[in-house]
Design a protein around this ligand. Structure first.
Ligand SMILES: *Cc1c(COP(=O)(O)O)cnc(C)c1O
Length: 413
């Protein structure tokens, strides 16, 4: 590629002017820090929405302060399922009655894995990959220990991700559950959910997908792809706020036999019967445990509402335009400075962030953050550029990479 075909700042600004989603940037609270040049970490923590502030104010003053305990009967109790249905429709390709908001991703993963393993009681193996997100690996190992199962580890490539062929080689008559991240947290590689589901099902096993880097970034088709269980967080591309509740999907056909490890009063059929024996709620609600975090759900409501209005297909289209531009500029400006591109180059396999590698990544990441380019470092040598289509502009990305090139040059000289 010749330098003349690289986008200039003016061209990046033109892209912003013709961007159908540009106005959505106004829905976010401004960044109250004049030193920030670009926020490229919305894949770790999305920016706050103005609407969240409104919903929280209303929750505290109009509902909590006014209705007090009666708030539960006024709609709080139904929120985990109501928002689950909305999220399922807007972001997950899941029909009603299969998604609830609850706990954290880590806890939901434990519950989903345990429920899936309980549906395959005579099988002895859990399958996951060596480069899966730490929480996923730790939960799988703990569960295997608790249940006396064996973990089969797929040796995944940090850039190329887990392929269907690798899964095919590991599954068999002993496979109870295969759990993978749909989008790899390191490289943004998108796994082939439909093919992997059918491979696992052919072997008689079940799947549990982690959608943390998919939800709100790329279209997900849980029903169409035959997924059994899925979990994910709402504070990344869904902008629900730090520590906002996670979501858990369980396919309807499993509900009747679904047994989860932390049954609480919120998962009971009649919550207020206070019955001596536990009888699970008939549907997805049986995956809840304790009292839902209503304050955190205000952010989820705002995030889901915004995505519904923007549409996941338009979000994906802009996401691809942003990641393509990032790769083009990195190839021209940063590869000559020792960076490598550690994300897939094919659009179909790349989700919403671009990861760069550099032998001095940790030190460079610290420098960039101190100079207002907010990215994140992922050990051992990765710098992730998270591109959130509803809040990131093309000129913001351009300026961030321009500054990265200048700062890196200075640091290395
Ligand atoms: C961010 C992330 C998590 C986070 O889990 P929490 O329980 O919310 O801390 C889990 N899995 C993946 C793949 C992630 O990217």
């Amino acid at each position: 590629m010749t330098t003349s075909s690289l986008p200039s700042l003016r061209e990046a600004e033109d892209l912003d002017r013709s961007d159908e989603l540009a106005l959505f940037r106004e829905r976010f609270l401004p960044i109250e820090d004049a030193d920030v040049v670009a926020y490229l970490d919305g894949n770790s923590l999305g920016r706050p929405l103005r609407r969240t502030l409104e919903l929280l104010r209303d929750l505290v003053t109009e509902q909590w302060a006014t209705r007090l305990i009666r708030g539960w009967q006024d709609g709080w109790l139904e929120q985990p399922e109501r928002l689950g249905d909305a999220l399922g429709a807007v972001a997950l390709g899941a029909a009603k009655g299969q998604v609830v908001l609850a706990d954290s991703t880590t806890v939901c993963l434990y519950k989903a894995l345990s429920a899936a393993a309980a549906l395959r009681p005579d099988r002895t193996e859990l399958v996951t990959d060596t480069d899966n997100f730490p929480t996923d690996r730790y939960v799988v190992e703990a569960m295997a220990q608790d249940l006396g199962l064996t973990v089969r580890w797929i040796a995944s490539d940090p850039v190329a991700g887990v392929t269907a062929e690798q899964v095919a080689a590991e599954v068999g008559t002993e496979t109870a559950v295969v759990t993978l991240s749909h989008v790899a947290y390191r490289s943004a590689f998108i796994a082939d959910m439909a093919r992997i589901n059918s491979l696992v099902h052919e072997a008689g096993g079940l799947t549990v997908w982690d959608l943390c880097h998919s939800a709100g970034s790329i279209p997900v088709r849980l029903d169409a792809d035959g997924t059994d269980f899925a979990v994910g967080c709402t504070y990344k591309f869904l902008n629900a706020g730090p520590g906002a509740p996670a979501f858990l999907f369980a396919r309807t056909e499993h509900h009747e036999r679904l047994r989860q490890p932390i049954p609480g009063w919120m998962s009971a059929g009649d919550r207020f019967a206070m019955a001596p024996a536990f009888t699970p709620a008939p549907g997805i609600r049986r995956m809840l445990s304790g009292t839902p975090a209503i304050t955190g759900l205000a952010g989820v409501a705002a995030g889901v509402e915004l995505l519904e209005e923007a549409g996941i297909e338009r979000v994906r289209a802009k996401s691809l335009a942003l990641t393509r531009m990032a790769i083009t500029l990195c190839d021209a400006w940063l590869v000559p400075l020792g960076f490598g591109v550690s994300s897939p180059r094919e659009d179909e396999r790349r989700a919403g962030h671009v990861t760069l590698s550099h032998p001095r990544a940790e030190e460079l990441a610290e420098l960039l953050i101190s100079k207002g380019v907010i990215i994140d470092f992922r050990a051992p040598d990765g710098i992730r550029l998270g591109l959130s289509p509803l809040s990131t502009s093309f000129s913001e990305l351009w300026s961030a990479l321009d500054r990265t090139r200048t700062l890196t040059r200075e640091a290395l000289s």
